[in-house]
Design a protein around this ligand. Structure first.
Ligand code: 5RP
Length: 219
């Protein structure tokens, strides 16, 4: 990753602060873009009363920044969830899960009134699928789910050595050109053994904040 792409990620992450109200509990995603958002929160210009985290990695970074991390079950619902993505369209459909945190990310997104997605402009695409689609699977179902994903025209590759925070495995599905993200999300979710597909289309982002060389664009 170039320092330019880091600068664009940082711009998007810092712009997302405008969506967070002081004194509220914010939902926090996972990844290098979100790390810039956590760093911005840590500077305290917007003082939140706590965060709900989507991964062990973000929990550790939030706690190191002195931000209390709460259980979603205690909090119930959130005003705002801020998270990155691996690919996004102008319709705000997303591919997520490059960091293997897709299941908790989808849960926190679902429990939030507003999902603010922060990306750098290299991730904006016309059609999702150039980035291999992550699918979290129950370990014993990996081979079965792979065969079903092949029947859908994809080429699933086991992300060996990666165990999710939920104790599961990831298949990265190559070779898909996703022209119907809502339909494919529904279809893959129906496969027995799939925990979560990294398509965020039925509930995509509400706001897409795109870091560019010049500043930020918002969709
Ligand atoms: C983690 C994710 C991340 O949001 C996605 O991988 C983007 O990461 P980064 O900000 O490091 O490019 O979905 O599961």
């Amino acid at each position: 990753m170039t320092s330019d792409s880091n600068a664009r990620k940082r711009r998007a992450a810092e712009a997302a602060l405008a969506y967070v109200r002081a004194g509220t509990i914010v939902g926090v995603g996972t990844g290098s873009t979100v790390n810039f958002f956590i760093d911005a929160l840590a500077r305290g210009t917007v003082r939140v009363s706590g965060a709900v985290s989507s991964s062990n990695a973000s929990t550790a970074r939030l706690r190191a920044a002195g931000i209390e991390v709460l259980d979603l079950n205690e909090v119930g619902s959130l005003e705002v969830y801020v998270d990155g993505a691996d690919e996004a369209t102008r319709a705000r459909h997303l591919i997520k899960g490059g960091g293997a945190a897709l299941t908790r990310e989808k849960i926190v997104a679902a429990a939030s009134k507003q999902f603010v997605c922060i990306i750098d402009d290299a991730k904006l695409v016309t059609t999702l699928g150039r980035f291999p689609l992550p699918v979290e699977v129950i370990p014993m179902a990996r081979r079965y789910v792979s065969s079903r994903l092949e029947a859908l025209g994809g080429r699933p590759v086991w992300r060996q050595g990666v165990v999710t925070d939920n104790g599961n495995e990831i298949l990265d599905v190559h070779g898909l050109s996703i022209t119907d993200p809502v339909g494919l999300e529904r279809e893959i979710n129906q496969i027995v053994g799939v925990v979560t597909v990294g398509l965020f289309a039925a509930r995509g982002a509400d706001v897409l904040v795109i870091g560019t060389d010049k500043g930020v664009d918002t969709l």
